[in-house]
Design a protein around this ligand. Structure first.
Ligand code: C2O
Length: 548
């Protein structure tokens, strides 16, 4: 591989959306930010120079960071943030990965405008395991707030309430024609008939899982989270924040000279406060012959998206993902398990610790996540800092409960696991430990699935289902042959997902819900939040046996 050097200058930029100007944090004055392109095996260096008043870090979402954990990016976990006027050089080698990933800011809510694609091409001369596309385009979904998002998050953290829903979803930074005052801010994809295109879909939205579809076209999914999958056809793609999906789009002659709408809007299982509005772009056919005149007066054909709470579609779609498991791309699923963990995400009940006693759970309880029925307590010093200052003693304990309890009805209303204890506990996993996690959602009244993202690893998705995970029955249906391998998985509301990975990457790794609102919640002790945050997650760093 070669070395590819990038420079990211972080600056404020005025941008106009929905007829309102806003000053946003950008990379190299671009929104969305620049694309990082590299090949498998290349080294990438990015010099980030911070010219704004906020602290920043950048995370290379999905990059495994083998032996380069310090380049991972989450603030206070693997690095201190880059302060105003300072710079930091990220330096990592892309090993054994190719496909679509993305980078984003990893401090506070700055990723709302600081994100861009990472495109990893196969090694030179190595073809895709599917027909070579004629052209490739990144399509990156986002969310737009008219107000200052840093103010919104601070307000949310103060009150423990839900943040304002965004004012628009976006495709490549543009809300599109279905929002008022936005028609000119529409992403247009110009194609020729009779070709195969590859769309690199990225969900960089802060808080919403999205359905995406293009009118009159089906899509063939070929890759998810930068791992090839057995190709399958679908009219709609479902994509959680943090996930990436490559799809092939065949353009047909009968469609020539027409305009098609591509659209995305949220999937949510509850009727709660969420924005069901739709972002759209236009797929525009151009005939190859210059003599044919372009048609502009044709009506726009609109796609049909599943209804907002179509969980049947969601489950089916997620189950269709299978890795290639071929001799060239073997699925190295750990067949035995050394350590098991049981996560609850969503509405787990816990005595209310909010001094204002404004907890939302029944009988003065608060909603928290837990690991092996322990709920995280924020230490008064960041673990990174404690380690650096040699003050780790007393900051955390290592008496982590070994076995998951499995004795509660997690999907009752309310769930019965009100016995979670609190602690700042760290698990130290020996190198090459095989880890199995059951992620149990408990938010029977929650409104969304929780996209759990693990830094530093790809994990195998062995199975998923609705209701309580049943340790006596469900493991027998685990897929240990060709499960999808990903870095982010949506835990269905009121259901579970089982994942497995090999802890073969020394370091401290963040695992968290990729709904930004939940990460923010978990980062604050005593908040009444319905998600998994940094907090719960830090209990599962598969960290190093520390170097001598
Ligand atoms: Cu995409 Cu911890 O992040």
């Amino acid at each position: 591989g070669i070395t590819r050097d990038y420079k990211f200058d972080i600056r404020m930029q005025n941008v106009m959306r929905l007829c309102q100007a806003k000053s946003i944090v950008t990379v190299n004055d671009q929104f969305p930010g620049p694309t990082i392109t590299a090949r498998e095996g290349d080294r990438v260096t990015v010099k980030v120079v911070n010219h704004v008043q906020y602290n920043v870090t950048i995370h290379w979402h999905g990059i495994r960071q083998l032996r380069s954990g310090w380049a991972d990016g989450p603030a206070y976990i693997t690095q201190c943030p880059i302060q105003t006027g300072q710079s930091y050089v990220y330096n990592f080698t892309i090993t054994g990965q190719r496909g679509t990933l993305f980078w984003h800011a990893h401090v506070s809510w700055l990723r709302v405008t600081m994100y861009g694609p990472i495109i990893i091409l196969p090694k030179r001369g190595v073809p895709y395991p599917f027909p070579q596309p004629y052209k490739e385009f990144p399509i990156i979904f986002g969310e737009w707030w008219k107000a200052d998002t840093e103010k919104i998050i601070n307000q949310t953290l103060k009150t423990g309430g839900a943040p304002n829903v965004s004012d628009a979803y976006t495709i490549n930074g543009l809300p599109g024609p279905l929002y008022s005052c936005s028609a000119k801010d529409t992403f247009k994809l110009k194609v020729k008939p009779g070709k195969t295109y590859m769309l690199r879909l990225i969900n960089a939205a802060l808080n919403d899982e999205l359905f995406f579809s293009i009118a009159n076209h089906s899509l063939t999914v070929v890759e998810a989270d930068a791992v090839y999958v057995k190709p399958f056809e679908t009219s709609t793609v479902l994509i959680t924040p943090g996930q990436t999906t490559n799809v092939l789009l065949k353009t047909e002659h009968r469609h020539a000279n027409a305009l098609y709408l591509m659209a995305a809007r949220p999937y949510a299982t509850g009727p709660g406060a969420f924005d069901n509005s739709t972002t759209a772009g236009i797929l525009e056919y151009h005939l190859p012959s210059p003599k044919t005149k372009k048609t502009t007066k044709l009506p726009l054909l609109k796609p049909t998206l599943p209804i907002f709470n179509d969980t049947t579609f969601a489950m089916k779609f997620n189950r269709k993902h299978r890795s290639l498991a071929s001799s060239k791309f073997p699925a190295k699923v750990p067949q035995k398990v050394d350590r098991r963990f049981f996560f609850t995400v969503g509405l787990g009940l816990h005595p209310c610790s909010n001094p204002n006693k404004t907890c939302q759970g029944p009988n003065n309880t608060m909603r928290t996540a837990s690991v092996n029925n322990v709920s995280f307590v924020m230490p008064n010093i960041a673990l990174l800092q404690a380690h650096f200052c040699n003050q780790s003693k007393g900051v955390y304990t290592t008496d982590f409960p070994a076995n998951p309890p499995f004795k509660f009805n997690y999907t009752g209303n309310p769930p019965s696991n009100i016995m979670a204890s609190s602690g700042t506990k760290v698990v130290v996993l020996p190198f090459n430990t095989s880890v199995e996690l059951v992620l149990q959602d408990t938010s029977i009244i929650g409104a969304e699935s929780h996209p759990l993202h693990l830094h530093g690893f790809d994990f195998f998705v062995l199975g998923l289902g609705m209701g309580n995970f049943n340790p006596n029955k469900d493991p027998s249906s685990f897929n240990l042959v060709d499960p999808a391998e990903r870095n982010t998985v949506g835990v269905p509301s009121g259901g579970w997902v089982a994942i497995r990975f090999l802890a073969d990457n020394p370091g401290v790794w963040f695992m968290h819900c990729h709904l930004e609102v939940h990460t923010s919640c978990g980062a604050q002790d005593g908040l009444d939040c319905d998600g998994t945050g940094s907090a719960a997650s830090q209990k599962l760093p598969p960290p190093p046996s520390e170097s001598p």
